[in-house]
Design a protein around this ligand. Sequence first.
Ligand SMILES: Cc1ncc(C[n+]2csc(CCOP(=O)(O)OP(=O)(O)O)c2C)c(N)n1
Length: 643
Amino acid sequence: MDKQQAFQCLEDIQNPAALRQLDARKLPEIAEAIREVILSTLNHVGGHLGAGLGAVELTLALHYSFNTPHDRIVWDVGHQAYPHKILTERLDKLATIRQRDGLAPFPAREESIYDTFGVGHSSTSIGAALGMSLAAQHQETPRHAIAVIGDGGMTAGMAFEALNHAGHARANLIVVLNDNNMSISGNVGALSNYFARIVSSKMYAQVKAGGKKILERIPPVWEFARRTESHLRGIVLPGTLFEELGFNYLGPIDGHDLPSLLKTFDTVKSLSGPQLVHVITQKGKGFAPAEKDPIGYHAVSKGFYHKEAAPTPASATPVKAAEPKKLSYSAVFGQWLTYYATQEPRLVAITPAMCEGSAMVEFAKQFPERFYDVGIAEQHAVTVGAGFACEGMRPVVAIYSTFLQRAYDQLVHDVAIQNLPVLFAIDRAGLVPDGPTHSGNFDLSFLRCIPNLLIMTPSDENECWQMLTTGMHYQGPACVRYPRENGLGLTIQKDSQPLPLGKALVRRKGQRVALLAFGPILHKALAVGERLDATVVDMRFVKPLDEALILELAKTHELIVTLEENVVAGGAGSAINEVLQANHLHQVAMLHLGLPDYFIQHGSLAEMYQSCQLDQDSIFNRIQEKISHLPCKAHGFQVNSQV
Ligand SMILES: Cc1ncc(C[n+]2csc(CCOP(=O)(O)OP(=O)(O)O)c2C)c(N)n1
């Protein structure tokens, strides 16, 4: 089926009600069309691929069997919801996904009545669907609530907290465990092994049923099989774990076999109490490269699939001068980790299921015994790090800013109160194109109020390296927070010494206005500083602050501007204001530039900065505007229009 045929096939099925009018025998053709639409669209715009391809039949079967949107389907994480968006009135908008004013990357309640719960972070679906089920009970509204959760999502404590509650409440809740044996990396942990054993024992049972007659004619083999059977029974009965938690277990079933799925969902609809349907799928199903490399095709950039592009003859390829390679901050962290592990034998590295995203693949390869992927379990990642630190090890917890939100109490209670030397490498700080669910906008505000923390904001990759080293040398908890972006292409000074704690760096001396920048926003400040002839400072430390320098600048300048990619509320700029107020320096004017008090929707980074006036021109204009309100404005500021 080509792209045009695929779109034609789906145009008549704009919503699940229309889908439910069709003969079930038509569903495989629709599945093929959905895959073609996803592949061709993502080839133009990029996005999450593998999980959606793996959930096509499951999505079709759910919308076909249940009366959506009256029945509530809650997707976990939401990166697998592209087929769902296609089937729920958004086929024509799929090409806008993840773009400004386009479809959100994940289900979003404001986008569609079919998106019952906003997601992006994993392992929320069971709890949310349980709430919906209990609400239906209160409201005396008969409806099904269905949580669809991956085997990766199931590794989080939250998922088990919800199972525990549902089993106890005897709620009418259906949990569909979409088991593809993958998180972003291969799924890890004892639970993942348990799922695999369920599947293999079921397969064994099927082989046994079909092959018993043949096997009986070969006694030694049958004897072996019989013994294996009793052994398997001893270690795993399908679904025991869930049944012990009060769920009725159904499965495992082939998640690409539509008749099986439909039959199972029809059965499950008539049952009351908590139900768990275990569905086996293949991530990337239907697209061979993604089936083979599910990690590489978890998410794709545009142009990943060259079916439509004319092949370029090798001789016609223009020879480009090699550009200096700009490493991402994540890559710098990954290199630092591998380098530093050779110097510090006590170093261990922990990731909550983000080995690739946090650039730890090389470390994991070189130091497998010092690498811990703990599954999607941010809270545990922090606490297990604290345990390591208690015993004199030097744990590094690599975690995205947005996911650290989950582990706040662990950070305070397990690490900071005990002043344990855990180094936090906080990635994806600030805005990211996925929008509010994944942006790391709050960490400076929620970190700086915790006693004992050292908090550093590198403005380039060299500083990032140095700060990681500084954090490793520090005898307490330390945080280095850096963005998703690339650095400047600098050569890294690998043998650099730890930085003096709490010392900022004056990068430009100017007059009257001082720009105090935290993190890579420094480079916008430097450009604006040139135009205004302002002093520009790379603050480096949010905690401890360079108080002496701040006080001096406040005494010698008329306006202090703070810049950070964090919400203004309670952020690093507020910290500077606190210092000034505590020292009775009221005469200096202040302007805090940072992220606003609303969520910034997905889009390109440039668009996101513009929308909240954190692009370079807006920064300049906002400072100019502030200057125009200063009491001494009559003196006039020299603005260098050439820069
Ligand atoms: C709290 C949280 N931590 C980490 C992530 C990053 N993340 C996105 S998808 C994913 C893997 C999910 O695996 P699974 O639930 O099995 O879904 P699959 O992709 O296999 O369908 C991870 C770790 C996240 N979204 N939320």
